[in-house]
Design a protein around this ligand. Sequence first.
Ligand SMILES: *[C@@H]1O[C@H](CO)[C@@H](O)[C@H](O)[C@H]1NC(C)=O
Ligand SMILES: *[C@@H]1O[C@H](CO)[C@@H](O)[C@H](O)[C@H]1NC(C)=O
Ligand SMILES: *[C@@H]1O[C@H](CO)[C@@H](O)[C@H](O)[C@H]1NC(C)=O
Ligand SMILES: *[C@@H]1O[C@H](CO)[C@@H](O)[C@H](O)[C@H]1NC(C)=O
Ligand SMILES: [Zn+2]
Length: 313
Amino acid sequence: RTLLSPPFLYINVKDYCYDDPQCDPYSWGDSFPSCHPLLDLHHSPINLDLHMSRNSSLGPLRLEGFDSVQSGLWTLRNDGHSVLLQVGAGMAVSGGGLPDVYHTIQLHFHWGGPASNGSEHTVDGRRYPMEMHVVSMKSIHPNVSVALDDPTGLSVLGFFIDVVYADNLHFGQISQKLSSVAYKGQSTKIKPFPLMSLLPRNNMSQYYRYHGSLTTPPCSQAVLWTLFEVPIYISWSQMAQFTSQIFSTEEDAEQVTPLHNNYRHIHPTFSRVTWASREARLVRGWAQRPLASAGTLMMLHVLVLTGHLSAGL
Ligand SMILES: *[C@@H]1O[C@H](CO)[C@@H](O)[C@H](O)[C@H]1NC(C)=O
Ligand SMILES: *[C@@H]1O[C@H](CO)[C@@H](O)[C@H](O)[C@H]1NC(C)=O
Ligand SMILES: *[C@@H]1O[C@H](CO)[C@@H](O)[C@H](O)[C@H]1NC(C)=O
Ligand SMILES: *[C@@H]1O[C@H](CO)[C@@H](O)[C@H](O)[C@H]1NC(C)=O
Ligand SMILES: [Zn+2]
């Protein structure tokens, strides 16, 4: 089974799951000792409380290649635990207090179920509907297995995903392809698009930083987390593509099981510090949820127009 994207590495890990006491996150430690949350270890995810300290040296990140269209094709894949988009070479993350340049290798999602939210990190105890992780590896490392032995070997950019009334046209480039990867092991090719089009581009310097782990086996404590304050907004139906169309089982399985609630439980921070970036606002986003994000205004106009029409009829 592959944990992170080829060609960097295939890590063979035994099976793990989210929905069965035999193999769910609380029992991962039985098969993967490094997933045991012992005292003073740096596990993820955590709850972010908004009383954290500010570190004014945490300025904007440098996101190389995120604004351009990469060559080749990307691969969208259902690995039974998530949906992963494996991107080619050409994108890198640095700055913002990161100690090195990190090459981006893949992004993937965590979600809930028909009636539950599924972000991994929580903010003041509240869970967002979904979370997206953009995974990058420190450029000095030849492969992910070496990077996992370095406490700052990986950088993960985490984006909360919240739900609004209108579709996010850019996000459609992923959500419309999900039906091709409904079952575990299935993959499909995607034409590259500027990754930045998915991200909250006006608010990229508002983030939180802490040192943690992978949230899937082998749970290596090798991740510098950057969690963005402002979420990505998608529609309810785009989110439902994840909760209703993705299965953790293979197509020919006797019993198909939807993949739901693929998040690890919250871990204590112990002695760790979580920093807020220079421009983070440290206010809860819940109250200021917009009706629609910029990319969706067109759709909103259509809705408003339809409303006017039916009101007139
Ligand atoms: C602020 O962040 C930088 C970069 O991560 C780090 O080197 C520095 O120690 C932090 N400042 C404090 C006061 O810890
Ligand atoms: C789940 O997400 C919705 C939409 O953002 C939010 O209104 C709700 O409070 C969240 N529920 C929990 C339990 O965090
Ligand atoms: C990763 O790189 C190290 C150092 O070059 C090498 O010893 C190891 O075999 C590589 N692992 C894989 C799985 O390619
Ligand atoms: C996002 O950034 C814009 C431009 O700096 C700012 O006006 C807006 O308040 C920010 N949004 C949030 C929710 O912080
Ligand atoms: Zn993840």
